[in-house]
Structure formats: C-alpha cells, structure tokens
Design a protein around this ligand. Sequence first.
Ligand code: EPZ
Length: 449
Amino acid sequence: MSEPTSPSSPTPGASADTMTVRGGVPVEGELVIRGSKNALPKMMVAALLTAEPCTLTNISTIRDIEVVDELIRLTGGTVEHDADRIRITAGSFTALGEVDVERLHNASRIPVLTTAVSLHRTGEAVVAAPGGCAIGPRPVDFHMSVLRALGAHDDHRDGMIHLRADRLHGARIDLPFPSVGATEQFLFAAVLAEGDSELANAAIEPEILDLIAVLQKMGALISVEPNRTIRVTGVKELGGFEHRVIGDRLEAASWASLALATGGAITVRGVQQQDMSTFLNVYRRAGGDFTIDADGRTISFRRARRMLRPLALETDVHPGFMTDWQSPFVTALTQAEGVSVVHETVYEDRLGYTEALRTLGAQIQVFTECLGPTRCRFGAANHRHSAVVVGPTKLHGAELVVPDLRAGFSYVVAAAAADGESVIHGVGLLDRGYADFRSKLSAIGVDHS
Ligand code: EPZ
C-alpha cells in the first residue's frame, strides 16, 4: 500500500529504523514543505498517458516516488531525477506482467491507478486484489466499477483481476463514496475515452484539482461542477506538461499538531492557506493560533493558550476535516482541558493508534457508535471509529511500534510532548510521507537519536 502497511513488528532494539525521542520540550523552528505525497505520484501516472516529455517540480524525496519510478521503467518509460525536478518520457508502454503487478500493488496504492493507462495504451491490464493495511481493507471495487462502466471487461482468476478493452467509451457514473483513488482512475480513463463521461459524487480534494490542472495542460477537457460532479469529454491524444506540485497540506498539519501538543511554535513554508482552511479553523478553536503571510504560502503555527480547549471533531471528505489530519491532531487533544469527541467517517479502522497513546498515559476510549452529527457507513458495521479523549493528561515515555504513516507521526507528537524517553520502532514508514523527516525534527529542536 502507498499508505504504510503494518510492519512485521520489529523486536525492540533490533530494527535499523528505531528512534529514541526525549520529550517535554516545546518545539521551535521553521520548515520547508515540498510537493504533496498524495498529488505527485498521481501526476507521474498522468505522464504515462502521453509519449511526450513531462516535467514535475517542487519534488519531495518520499519513498512512494521510488515505486512509481520502478513502475514507469518496467512499462518501458524513462524517468530522470535531479534536485527539484522529475522528467518522465513514456515513449512506449508495455503492460505489467503478473509478478510485477503482485509486487508493486502490494507495495503501494499508486500502481492500481495505472490500470486505465494500461487499457488506453495496450488494451489490457492486470490488478492484484489489494491487501489490507493498518487503516482498513483498502478495496478497489469502486475502481473496477468505474472501468467496467467505461467499457472494460474484467475476469477474476488466481487472485488477480485481468481487464481488457478495445477502446474505452464515455459513461455516466455515480460513486457510492467520494473516493480519491476511484476519482483519479475515472480521470485517467475518461480523458482518452470516446465521447463524454460524468462522475457524480466525485472526490474534489485539492490534490485532485491539481491533477485536473495537469490533465488540462496535457489537452484534456474536464469541468468540475458545484455539486461535485466531474464532466470529461474524451480527446484523441494528450501532450506533455510542466507542473509545479502543490505543497503537502497533510504534512504541514502534522507539524502544526506537534507545535500544539508541545506548546511550541513552527513556521511552515510552501503550503496554501486555502487548502488548509478547515484545519486552520479547528486549530484556532482548540486554542492554537497562526499568522499567514501576504501570499498565503507561509503559516506560523503556535499554541495561543496555556490550556488547549476540547473539541467535537468529525473527519470528512474535502472540504471537511481530512482523515489524514486526524491522528496527529487528536494526539494534541490529549493535552486539552476537558473531554473531546472524535468521529472518523472516512476509514473504518483509523483509531488503532489510540491504544499506543494509552501506554504513554493518554485517556482515550474507542467506540463503535457514530459519535458525531453524521450517521456514517461504519455505524451499523461494528467498526471502532469514534473516540472520547479526556485531558489534560501528563504523558510519559514508552516503547511504540509504528502501524502506519499518520499514526507513526502521532507517536512522534506524543513522544515529543511526553516527559522522558520514548523508543519508536518502524519509523522508516514515516519516510513514505515526510521527506527529510529526521532532519526536520532536529531543525525544530526535538531531541531524538
Ligand atoms: C487517498 O487514498 C490517500 N492516499 C489517503 O492518504 C487519504 O486518506 C484518502 O485518499 C482519503 O482522502 C493517496 O492519495 C496515496 P479513497 P485512497 O479511495 O485513494 C473506500 C495518507 O496517510 N474505498 O478516498 O486509497 C476506502 O476503503 C493516506 O496520506 C472503497 O471502498 O482513498 C476508504 O474507506 C492514507 N472502494 C474510502 O473509500 C474503493 O474502490 C476512502 O478511500 C476505493 C476506496
């Protein structure tokens, strides 16, 4: 999965990616945030829709890029990296074989997005039935129903899904849930399909809108309606592009949560205020504050009150409070004076990290009920997707094993806020979404080794 899979829990002390954090000191410093982890790899996939050269700048050195690099080379393309630029030319494209599909689809969620590309360029594609990861089963049924609606034929055999299509054609599709990945799959399929397509209940996250900007540069005809319907008119072929990737608003929010939890102050450069406006409002309600410069691309976060305020927090698709902001921010709520309530409505199992926070002294109880204004998909399905957080609690050091990317960051937030020493195993997973993670920790004064 591009979102971290739970590592086979390393025996304490044995793993090369173990970090010791000595907490209890407010963080202070300035960080540069580069291209979004959840936008950049998809734009690399978009480059496979044309034989012309494509260039991406404002690059992050995150591990997911390596998976896409390998995929591009295996399908016959070339990828060149320099300090701040990736240049891709997919002059030819050959479909991935089953062995490579199995390996790559289990390493990341990005390869499944090349299914539409492979159908356009070769008429065939193979998808590995996805494994689960630490935050849920991560199915691809919405992806498959989009491709079937656009004319692909699929055949499930020995754990793989084999798809064929002579020429994809336009269709009207209604997503059961505004899935980011299924929306991206639709975009890659519809832009070169014959005729008009429409996706109702589409995801409209800033990363999706930035991908649409890339496809528009390539020659695609795409419009996003106010009611979150995306309309596409297929074109015969697409050209190359040059694009500067939007900053990673999810990483920025993670560092902001670290400042809130430790009573410190962090300035982040390189993200847009409007991509974070919901997070900024919630941050201020919790007792944080921030100043933003004229062009909205430098945000200075700090705790504004001695005691943080408790909140009722519900995650949602954009423009709601992003699920990827949840775990680092909820960790800061362990320091709020009172009772907070959290309702995670995007993933069925994204509160697992709270068990580890309890070993540091946090008081958090998880429930299967929908503890928020929305009755979500998980309410009647017995998923532990709501939490109650009682604060403030004095956190103390503990030994932790990282289960996934954002939970891993929340462990660092908790360890930095705790008195004493914590040992965190599996921190290598953080390299998937937080470029130069360790040097950034040092830059803001977190005592780690
Ligand atoms: C993307 O994952 C992001 N990953 C996730 O970020 C992010 O949390 C998620 O979108 C939601 O915003 C990348 O962009 C690489 P979805 P994606 O399809 O596309 C269900 C992080 O930490 N679903 O929007 O895989 C799914 O199980 C990661 O940066 C189906 O049921 O997410 C989930 O409950 C974590 N069937 C919900 O939809 C499908 O075919 C949202 O998933 C597809 C999805």
